[in-house]
Design a protein around this ligand. Structure first.
Ligand code: NIG
Ligand code: FE
Length: 410
């Protein structure tokens, strides 16, 4: 065995091409590249023939590879902690019932609330972990996970604890988002303002336990009003927590503009966002998170204002929205494909949307690109060109997934 010196990198992959995404546009292609890392951070991302020495002198482990390496994917919007499923509701919708009708009849989100409340913490973890694992196996090395199916203190806490446990079990970054303002629980029927009081009351306690990284709400006719959302955002701001929002999904209540007013991280869905909201988002640097899985499953027809986002340089992210009702989707690569088809994103926009732009939607500046100093989260893909990541439906393209410089069993 060769002696190791502290200067040597932990690992070095040579021969694969890199999509670094490091510049403002383009894949940042490096054909016949090399990627080195040490202590969980990237130490080299460039051409193989510009390495500062022979590979074996540079790193303890040298791996010859082909295919392409991209940054680890970042799924910046999921509801993957839940119990049960909503396949029966899916059947009803196929027979003509709308998502809103089912919700107003007490189904929809509230039926998942019942299932989550009935499951204890271990059971909730047991049911949720395979979904997180599926996302990881297809290249997602950072996940955002929302609460919002507990709708009381103990059950919101249980969901957030399960989200944290998923991060520990899989050894990946999980960012938690408090979404108690997702639906009105039966205990508060006809008393939405009293429920918002409770949501605001629970937040500091959960935050104190280290369970909350951001705060979200469902601002919609079947959710909460802009005034109620504003109260939740005020409470987040008082604790220094960033906000994001289920905004303008089914109608335009000005939700995306409200996020901009609070300098929030992202406005998500945004199918019905107005031109004024788009301008406000651009001004405040709010990311538009596109959720083509929900658009697809709900057979929506109203497209997000994509041209306006491009014109005003609003950064667009892509996420799965993995949830049992509107987006039973367990692959971020599949979400990229749906974004290309439904929203006509280019494969490059979709890849940026699921990496560097998604990182921004989570307020994480240390990932999403292959660049010296960034986290060594990356994926070796069995593809001839990165456009294939937005092209194939299904299949197993991820040859190896690395998180913080460690290869994950996938
Ligand atoms: O992002 N729109 C609200 N929330 C989820 C759906 C949750 C559910 O139906 O269970 C969404 O689409
Ligand atoms: Fe969602």
């Amino acid at each position: 065995m060769q002696p190791t010196t502290p200067e040597r990198w932990d690992g070095l992959i040579i021969g694969a091409s890199l999509a670094t995404l490091a510049g403002a546009r383009g894949y940042g292609e490096i054909i016949d590249g090399a990627l080195g890392w040490r202590d969980g951070r990237i130490t080299y991302a460039g051409p193989r023939d510009a390495l500062p020495g022979p590979p074996s002198s540079l790193a303890r482990e040298v791996i010859e590879s082909d295919g392409w390496i991209t940054p680890g994917l970042v799924d910046c919007h999921t509801h993957l902690v839940f119990a049960g499923d909503r396949a029966r509701e899916f059947e009803l919708r196929l027979q003509g019932a709308s998502y809103e009708e089912i919700a107003r009849a007490g189904g929809g989100i509230l039926s998942t609330v019942q299932a989550v409340r009935a499951a204890d913490e271990d059971e909730l973890l047991r049911q949720s972990l395979p979904r997180a694992h599926a996302l990881l196996a297809d290249g997602a090395t950072t996940l955002e996970i929302k609460s919002g199916y507990g709708l009381d203190f103990a059950n919101e806490r249980k969901m957030l604890r399960v989200a944290r446990r998923i991060g520990v079990e899989l050894g990946i970054t999980v960012r938690t988002t408090y979404l108690a303002a997702h639906a009105l629980p039966p205990e508060f029927s006809d008393r939405p303002d009293a429920y918002i009081d409770a949501v605001i009351d629970w937040l500091p306690r959960l935050h104190e336990e280290g369970l909350v990284d951001a705060v979200d709400a469902f601002c919609e006719g079947i959710g909460f009003s802009p005034a109620q959302t504003r109260r939740v955002f005020d409470a987040a701001r008082a604790l220094g927590l960033p906000v994001k929002l289920h905004a303008d999904q089914l109608s335009d209540l000005g939700g995306a503009g409200l996020v901009a007013e609070f300098d929030g991280l992202s406005a998500d869905h945004v199918e019905h966002s107005s031109d004024a909201s788009v301008r406000a988002m651009a001004q405040a640097g709010v990311v538009a998170v596109l959720l083509p899985g929900a658009f697809h499953v709900l057979r929506e027809t109203r497209l997000p204002p994509l041209d306006a986002f491009r014109e005003h340089q609003v950064v667009m992210a892509v996420a799965t929205d993995c949830n049992p009702g509107t987006s039973p989707l367990m692959s971020l690569r599949q979400a990229m494909q749906l974004a290309c088809i439904h929203f006509r994103l280019t494969p490059e926009e979709a890849l940026r949307g699921a990496t560097v732009h998604a990182s921004r939607a989570l307020g994480l500046a240390d990932r999403g690109m292959l660049k010296v100093g960034m986290r060594a989260d990356f994926v070796q893909w069995r593809v001839r060109h990165p456009a294939e990541l937005g092209y194939w439906l299904g299949g197993a393209l991820a040859g190896a997934v690395w998180v913080g410089g460690e290869r994950r069993a996938t």
